[in-house]
Design a protein around this ligand. Sequence first.
Ligand code: COA
Length: 373
Amino acid sequence: MKQVVISGSGLYTPPHSISNEALVESFNAYVDMFNLENAGLIEQGHVAALSYSSSEFIEKASGIKHRYVMVKDGILDPEIMMPLIPERSSEELSMQAEIGIDAARMALENANLKPEDIDLVIVACAYTQRAYPAMAIEIQRELGTRGYGYDMLVACSSATFAIVQASNAIATGSAKRVLVINPEICSPQMNYRDRDSHFIFGDVATAVVLEEESLVAEGKGFKIVSSRCFTDFSNNIRSNFGHLNRCDPSTAHQADKLFHQQGRKVFKELLPMIYQHLDEHLAAEALKPQSFKRLWLHQANINMNQFVVRKLLGDDVLPETAPTVLDEYANTASAGSVIAFHKYSADLEAGDLGLLSSFGAGYSIGSVIVKKR
Ligand code: COA
């Protein structure tokens, strides 16, 4: 089996910002509008009045202060509450491919590679804008990579699961250099009228390059020591969006076609699974949590991450051990841990160990142990 190195990473940050305050102001305007329009029914007890959202709640409950979006038009308008994204023709690149390419170019540059050095592109994310041709093939054509490409969807664990696939492809010889791209345009899946979740997601794209170790200069990148995936079905984080939706027009636009979750249940059920998964993965490698210089964790909820860090390392852990990016980026589905890796890995020294881990819908958990070369 060939050894595998992550030799470069890239990040694309969308142009538009939305603060909690702006989001809450628009949500509360919607609440006023709804309650006024339904005043009679609310008074008769037939409809429940909606309650205001609050920035303080959002920050305390999730750690999110802000998010980036590709298109801001429409999101903050209480009559619209979704991004108004013009359709592109078949001759135009999809928006997701476009931002994926941006992140990919940065990852290639950091790996000192050209597109033609790549022989596999895996696009891994929570949704794909178009069903087929696969976005990875669209990107392959646009960038000029060789070999083959495919898309894979595992919601929040798409990035780590794709790194595992890329690593396996290199280890077994079906590719030598792989681009894993995570173009996460999450803002269209948000129900901006739902108080429990209107603040959760933002847009971003990340990418990493993986190479056969013998092709990478001495001292460059992070060697993959070991990786592990886990899934266990749960209904608690869902989107029922799909190509059959249009076949039942009576339900096609209902709220279940957007992201929805039982956040409390997710918290309670997923945490023990994460503990067990990481315990077992570390035990299999005879590693202790203290062996790790850095944890690049999934970025859904700051409190959840603090529980994971405390369980692994105890109370007195410096924040830089497990860097947070969700305050700025919000939850970006699978890209969160890769943003953390991209921004907070340059200071690691030869021999330092790091852990990249995702957890989310499915349920799904992915963990990749890397060692700085
Ligand atoms: N503004 C103000 N108050 C709000 C609110 C909002 N936007 N949304 C909910 N509340 C209220 C609730 O009504 C509830 O009030 P009550 O105690 O009077 O009933 C209270 O705040 C607590 O609500 P709850 O839903 O229990 O909050 P929480 O602490 O669980 O935080 C999440 C909500 C979603 C931030 C949190 O559960 C979470 O992130 N869970 C993990 C989810 C996850 O990782 N998902 C993966 C996604 S990919």
